[in-house]
Design a protein around this ligand. Structure first.
Ligand code: PRP
Ligand code: MN
Ligand code: MG
Length: 181
């Protein structure tokens, strides 16, 4: 039987490194938002794992909402068109919103999302992204909380997919080119 491991060329960030980094980021966020009305907004589907771990690392009250958007589909390249699959349940008026993302690649998803959120009356909007590919940026995203800067390679695991696979891997790994080429 084909093993999942055969589809991966390299482990880039381990479960343990992610846990340590999320603890660090959670401490920073808790200090920055002390006494404020914080709302965590996860960007589905990719952010479901980082949201679960980050929210549990955070030592303060923080309601959680999700928005589902997608632009990659079954490709390793962004279509550039962001589609809303599920909108928020929460009114953002007066809220301090922290968007929780798995990865900033071209930046197109977040740039679209930030513009969309700015018209909804939030008190403040910041971004937390576990991963960022600095050399792949097509638009600049002001991201206050970054986990790891990584090279421009297609990565999967810890919520990130290729054609809906690999989201359930514990580590972040580079997808072997033979899988998509
Ligand atoms: C992926 C990833 C980010 C976005 C980053 O989502 O989870 O949301 O792409 O890429 P960008 O910076 O180039 O826009 P995707 O569209 O694959 O949907 P998914 O989260 O459901 O997998
Ligand atoms: Mn996503
Ligand atoms: Mg995807």
């Amino acid at each position: 039987a084909a093993e999942i491991q055969d589809d991966l060329s390299e482990i880039l960030v381990t479960e343990e490194q992610i846990r340590e980094k999320l603890d660090e980021l959670a401490a920073r966020v808790a200090a920055d938002y002390a006494g404020k009305d914080l709302l965590l907004v996860g960007v589905l589907k990719g952010a479901f794992v980082v949201m679960a771990d980050f929210a549990r690392a955070l030592p303060m009250h923080a309601p959680i909402d999700f928005m589902a958007v997608s632009s990659y589909g079954a490709s390793t390249k962004s279509s550039g068109v962001v589609q809303i699959r599920k909108d928020l349940d929460t009114d953002l008026h007066g809220k301090h919103v922290l968007i929780v993302e798995d990865i900033i690649d071209s930046g197109l998803t977040l740039s679209w999302l930030l513009e969309n959120f700015e018209s909804r009356g939030a008190e403040s909007i910041e971004v937390l992204a576990l991963l960022r590919k600095p050399e792949a940026a097509k638009v600049h995203i002001d991201c206050k909380y970054v986990g790891f800067d990584i090279p421009t390679e297609f990565v999967v695991g810890y919520g990130l997919d290729y054609a809906e696979r690999y989201r359930n891997l514990r580590d972040v790994a580079v997808l072997a080119p033979h899988v998509y080429s």
